[in-house]
Design a protein around this ligand. Structure first.
Ligand code: FES
Ligand SMILES: [Fe+2]
Length: 401
């Protein structure tokens, strides 16, 4: 109770500053410093952003085959991704229903049963309790009065889209279809493409000394391109970017995409039957709250933003191609080139986001102001966060319905 009332006090304290965020961009201030450095604001975000509504939690490729198990931490809680015998990805709380041991310690694959290491209770891939050795005494594997059917693994509401796994821990969010359809409709031409992930040369993982929101905000804008990414700006200049602003996502559209591989590398196969925009178009979108997406005619990437306390963020960046042929040796150098390119671009952003984090300790900063021309995507994210912090995501949705 103590913690809840503290959170309420904190929110009262911030309410005016948060309300101002949603003003017209010419008059709005950004989110106040407490939202980036404060432990109680961080706890509040867990309650109102990460455990309400749909949030990206992982990648389906981490459980490539039926029986695949992938334990992970999300919003401070242990979860487990499982690919069932029916190939559907499910998410469970990663805790045994008997005495509460963590059920799965490391990624792996099982044939049919998930076994707890402590007393060997077993669960099916869809969460049913199937084995309870010696539960009725030595040699008796059942027990009068113990109803296995009521002791399933606790499942978390989850859904998959574009290789990403989303969860709704509140179980009260709208249908996933309603949450995802604005961006799914936008990218419909890519609906049925295969997503080919080739392992380590499609993966980058790094940590930043900044609040998670700064990683998202920085991705929303192209404004910093000429100074932070001078190399990228030479072939994908600021002038060729347009703002994308929507209620649930924002970012940039580029109209001059051309793969930037070494001369000897073959180009990657394109997704088939794309509208002509995609010949030279690309889109870089932050899907609120925590996943950064990049879509091109020949590859897609997603960076999962994982908060690790108020001032540290872990990013998992995964690249996907659209044709199985990309797995072959012929494309090995091109895959390495592409990974190196994105790695260097994201590394260039480190100073910016960590510098903004240090700036959030200044009493001379009050959330900042926005460029009405260049910052609408950033402002849209701030408004989304402020509304969630003030009302909670599910409450906001209920009010809008
Ligand atoms: S805690 Fe898992 S079987 Fe006992
Ligand atoms: Fe950048």
């Amino acid at each position: 109770m103590q913690r809840v009332s503290n959170l309420k006090d904190e929110l009262e304290f911030n309410k005016a500053a948060l309300t101002n965020v949603a003003a017209a961009i010419e008059h709005a201030h950004g989110l106040p410093n407490e939202c980036y450095v404060g432990q109680s604001a961080f706890a509040h975000e867990r309650e109102r952003i990460f455990t309400q509504g749909w949030v990206c939690a992982g990648f389906a490729k981490d459980v490539p085959e039926p029986g695949g198990l992938f334990p992970f931490e999300f919003a401070g809680m242990p979860l487990l991704m499982v690919r069932g015998g029916d190939s559907i990805v499910r998410v469970f709380h990663n805790v045994c229903r008997h005495r509460g041991r963590i059920l799965v310690d490391a990624p792996g694959t099982v044939k049919k049963a998930i076994a707890c290491p402590y007393h060997r209770w077993t669960y099916s891939l869809d969460g049913d309790l199937t084995g309870t050795p010696h539960i009725g005494g030595p040699g008796a594997h059942s027990c009068p009065g113990f109803d296995k059917e009521n002791v399933r693994l606790r499942e978390v509401r989850s859904a998959e889209w574009f290789g990403l796994v989303f969860v709704d821990l509140s179980e009260a969010a709208e249908d996933f279809e309603a949450y995802i359809s604005p961006i799914a409709d936008r990218w419909r031409p890519f609906n049925d493409v295969p997503l080919v992930h080739t392992g380590a040369d499609c993966t980058i993982e790094f940590a930043l000394d900044c609040n998670w929101k700064l990683a998202v905000e920085n991705y929303c804008e192209a404004y910093h391109l000429p100074w932070v990414h001078p190399g990228l700006n030479r072939y994908s200049p600021l002038e060729q970017h347009r703002n994308i602003v929507s209620a649930r996502y924002s970012g940039q559209q580029s109209t001059c995409y051309a793969p930037n591989l070494s001369e000897t590398s073959p180009g990657f196969p394109n997704a088939p039957d794309l509208p002509s925009f995609w010949e030279t178009g690309a889109e870089y979108i932050s899907l609120f709250p925590n996943v950064l997406l990049g879509l091109h005619r020949d590859h897609f990437y997603a960076a999962l933003i994982q908060p690790d306390g108020p001032s540290r963020t872990v990013e998992r960046f995964e690249i996907f191609y659209f044709d199985e042929a990309v797995r072959t040796e012929q494309f090995a150098a091109a895959r390495a080139d592409n990974r190196a390119l994105w790695k260097s671009v994201f590394a260039e952003d480190r100073d910016a986001v960590e510098g903004m984090q240090r700036g959030r300790h200044s009493p001379g900063f009050d959330g900042g102001v926005f460029s009405p021309a260049m910052d609408p995507p950033t402002h849209a994210f701030h408004v989304w966060v402020a509304n969630a912090m003030l009302g909670g995501r599910n409450e906001n949705r209920a009010a809008a319905e």
